[in-house]
Write a protein that binds this ligand. Structure first.
Ligand SMILES: CC(C)(COP(=O)(O)OP(=O)(O)OC[C@H]1O[C@@H](n2cnc3c(N)ncnc32)[C@H](O)[C@@H]1OP(=O)(O)O)[C@@H](O)C(=O)NCCC(=O)NCCS
Length: 308
């Protein structure tokens, strides 16, 4: 929707063809797509030109001949907007960051031709001042793109898909609730939570949900997270990628040095997943969480601490 009459369209209101361009741009920003030479070759126009963040100029051949780079596994995108310049020509701009290496303002010109959408021009300019420190209560809504999944602010339109996942017996066993719709609404409107829908990269299918909360007291600054994945998609690395991507954002952009998560002590699959993401057990919290039958189950406190 062109809200201010300028023609710029925000990420929540893209038409399907603009959304395709948005996805291609995001994929060009991170692994494993950048390591996929055929993918990059398919989407760089023959007359492609870039002025990179260092000021260096690139053309298509220079990009494709580049030796393998340590591409970041995830990228954070803020304020993505698009301007349609013609039926087959769009300008896209956003601010991106790869964790702690600073924010970069980017713009790309995409053209649609016989090979589909290709990027013709890209410009990257580092932000001249560091991002303002994350303030308590400030609710950022960036898009986080990982290797396999994309985390984006949960929209009302996601509710049916998320309710279907929460209603599966496997997820319900861990994310309980009598009235799941009311529970989901609570999560989406809770001012202390940042709810993010997990989409599979490539086709945008909703495969799960992850949320985080930040401790507002600066003396005890930390963040906690929780998630679920559709059982139909378990063991494909989506949870691990979602957690790693969120960790990179919380540490790199939100400035956290300590993250926590508190699975049930008997949730061995989740505990192993968090261990693989870098969390270590702190200890068992006895009789921590009330069960459907009224009894209390133990929880395991796990933390990921970034040492100075
Ligand atoms: C826990 C959960 C989020 C994991 O999602 P997932 O997408 O299947 O996890 P991944 O595929 O990313 O798993 C990554 C690694 O974690 C470990 N892991 C994940 N699930 C596991 C399980 N059931 N048993 C043992 N190890 C498991 C494995 O090491 C796995 O790697 P591998 O598949 O190569 O062996 C998912 O099972 C879930 O939604 N459970 C119900 C809700 C829940 O328990 N949420 C957590 C509340 S704290």
């Amino acid at each position: 929707m062109d809200e201010d009459g300028s023609g710029w369209i925000d990420a929540a209101h893209l038409t399907p063809d603009l959304d395709e361009v948005r996805e291609l741009e995001e994929r060009l920003q991170c692994r494993p797509w950048r390591e996929d030479r055929a993918f990059v070759a398919r989407h760089l126009a023959g007359d492609f030109a870039e002025i990179g963040r260092s000021g260096k100029r690139w053309d298509r051949a220079a990009i494709l001949d580049q030796p393998p780079q340590p591409w970041p596994p995830s990228v954070v995108l803020h304020d993505l907007r698009m301007l349609r310049l013609g039926d087959d020509l769009v300008l896209l701009r956003y601010t991106g960051s790869h964790g702690s290496d600073g924010r970069v303002h980017r713009s790309s010109l995409w053209r649609r031709g016989t090979p589909g959408w290709q990027v013709v021009y890209h410009q990257a300019t580092p932000e001249d001042a560091p991002a303002p420190p994350a303030a308590p209560g400030d609710r950022p809504a960036p898009v986080l793109v990982g290797e396999r999944v994309r985390l984006r602010p949960t929209a009302a339109a996601d509710k049916p898909a998320l309710l279907a996942i929460r209603s599966t017996p496997e997820v319900r066993a861990r994310w309980r609730g009598d009235d799941l719709e009311a529970e989901l609404d609570d999560d989406l409107t809770d001012p202390d939570l940042v709810p993010l829908t997990i989409e599979r990269l490539g086709d945008g299918e909703i495969v799960g949900y992850i949320q985080y909360a930040e401790e507002a007291d600066p003396e005890y600054r930390h963040a906690g997270m929780d998630l679920y994945i559709d059982p139909a998609h378990w063991r494909r690395g989506y949870a691990l990628d979602a957690i790693r991507t969120l960790v990179a954002h919380l540490v790199g952009e939100r400035g956290h040095h300590r993250l926590v998560i508190d699975p049930a002590a008997d949730n061995t699959g989740a505990i192993e997943c968090y261990r693989r993401a870098g969390f270590a057990p702190v200890g068992v919290m006895r009789r921590y969480e009330r069960q459907a039958d009224g009894t209390w189950a133990d929880g395991l406190l796990m933390e990921l601490v970034v040492d100075p």
